[in-house]
Design a protein around this ligand. Structure first.
Ligand SMILES: [Zn+2]
Length: 96
């Protein structure tokens, strides 16, 4: 949470989009299923929480088929899902 506040939400979105492009968008990902660490960056946590962590989860939960590159639309969609979850977490935290 501190990390998000210090970076600003705009920067976090940039990171999220960058991870999606590099780790999820290619048509073939040799380490698919293992490309998203379980901890570290808040975006990684959000990716696991929203089933945006690998192409198998994207296929199963978001109906985005494996074996082809993600479209710009899908990259945006996945980034939005991740950011919505982070936003929810931020607001949950401020209600405590
Ligand atoms: Zn997964």
């Amino acid at each position: 949470m501190e990390y998000i506040h210090s970076k600003g939400i705009g920067k976090i979105r940039e990171h999220a989009e960058d991870f999606v492009r590099k780790r999820l968008a290619p048509s073939f990902i040799p380490n698919d299923g293992k490309q998203t660490p379980m901890k570290g960056h808040p975006v990684f946590i959000a990716q696991h929480a929203t089933a945006c962590c690998c192409r198998s989860c994207l296929g199963k939960w978001h109906h985005i088929p494996k074996g082809r590159e993600l479209t710009e639309r899908e990259i945006n969609y996945v980034t939005d899902v991740i950011m919505r979850w982070i936003d929810m977490e931020i607001h949950k935290d401020s209600m405590r």
